[in-house]
Design a protein around this ligand. Structure first.
Ligand SMILES: *Cc1c(COP(=O)(O)O)cnc(C)c1O
Length: 337
């Protein structure tokens, strides 16, 4: 642990000392258990393996300038995991159990929370899976909720550097009335082929359009989309995108800065009218976009090679709250002690 090179961490798995586990059996959740193993032993017919009964979350803990550890909006992650559970019939984890497990995982692995100066953070990954055996298609009768953590670097090693997105109309990540609005592994499996093709061609991510009409912007693979037009923050309204907690926070900060906020359908051609566009999510807060390439129509939308002013301002404000250097008027952060 003393040997972690905090400044050169990427976004990848590494082992911390402990993870938290909790089993749901006979209709109820048991006690939180602490494990130092990276392995889980499961029944060969567990529903998570066969029918994708799996939901996850992602959030971060930050070591502030004051040395305190803060976790960002974990109640929102708990509520979102409950919505995911309703969507694919998993046993629900209460907000109290979720936040207790997160606090415990952070506390037990405190030495893995990167120092303030590094700009890195502790990534927290809660996971909920169906463990009971079924071969008929029905929900499991047993579940396992786990929380693992790992230190991760600033998402972009090069800094807050704009990247390129690509539009391919031949792939969808989620159906209009499907599972796009919940955080389940199946959506990610469905995005791997398009994602790999995008990376191979030098793009950071695919910008998905709505699956039905291929007319409106949905989101960027694992992050929400936003555009800045004058003094307005615009983000898509769609039933097939995942409600990002980062996006929700940015909308509030934009409002507080006196901007107008619009959640509405965004026609893909409106890309030509934005001053700045970005992807937002826990991993990077904001990744500014310098170019969106519509591969089917061979049209490119360009936004400049430097991050836009508004994106920078929003990014700094949110990071400042997370690291305890800006006031936190909505109590978004919880101190772990
Ligand atoms: C997790 C996720 C996001 C980002 O959500 P945050 O709560 O901001 O981290 C965006 N899109 C998808 C598809 C996601 O799974």
């Amino acid at each position: 642990m003393e040997t972690i090179d905090w400044k050169n961490l990427g976004f990848g798995y590494s082992k911390a000392d402990f993870n938290i586990r909790c089993w749901y059996r006979n209709g109820q959740w048991g006690e939180l258990e602490v494990s130092d193993s990276e392995n889980v032993t499961l029944h060969i017919a567990a529903t998570t393996f066969h029918y994708g009964q799996e939901a996850f979350e992602g959030l971060k803990a930050f070591r502030g300038k004051d040395g305190k550890i803060r976790v960002f909006r974990m109640e929102e992650n708990a509520k979102r995991m409950q919505r995911s559970s309703q969507g694919i019939m998993l046993a629900e984890v209460s907000t109290a159990l979720f936040t207790e497990a997160v606090r415990k995982a952070v506390r037990l692995n405190e030495g893995y929370v990167p120092p303030y100066e590094s700009g890195a953070a502790l990534y927290i990954r809660p996971l909920l899976i169906g463990t009971g055996p079924q071969i008929g298609v029905k929900p499991a009768d047993e579940y396992l909720f786990m929380v693992m953590v790992m230190p991760v670097g600033p998402y972009f090693k090069e800094g807050f550097k704009p990247t390129d997105l690509v539009i391919y109309r031949e792939y969808d990540r989620a159906a209009p009335l499907g599972t796009g609005k919940i955080k389940v592994g199946g959506n990610y499996a469905a995005s791997l082929v398009a994602g790999q093709r995008a990376h191979h061609n030098g793009f950071s991510s695919v910008l998905y359009l709505d699956a039905k009409e291929k007319k409106y912007i949905d989101e960027c693979g694992p992050a929400n989309f936003f555009g800045i037009k004058g003094n307005t923050y615009v983000t898509p309204k769609s039933d097939s995108i995942l409600p990002s907690i980062t996006n929700m926070s940015l909308r509030q900060l934009a409002t507080d800065m006196g901007m107008k906020v619009e959640e509405r359908q965004i026609d893909v051609e409106e890309l030509a009218e934005f001053d700045e566009v970005g992807a937002c999510g826990t991993a990077a807060v904001i990744s500014p976009i310098k170019r969106v390439y519509d591969a089917d129509k061979d049209i490119e939308y360009l936004y400049g090679t430097e991050p836009g002013k508004v994106s920078v301002k929003l990014y700094e404000k949110l990071r400042g709250i997370q690291y305890g250097i800006e006031p936190d008027p909505y109590n978004w952060t919880a101190i772990i002690d």
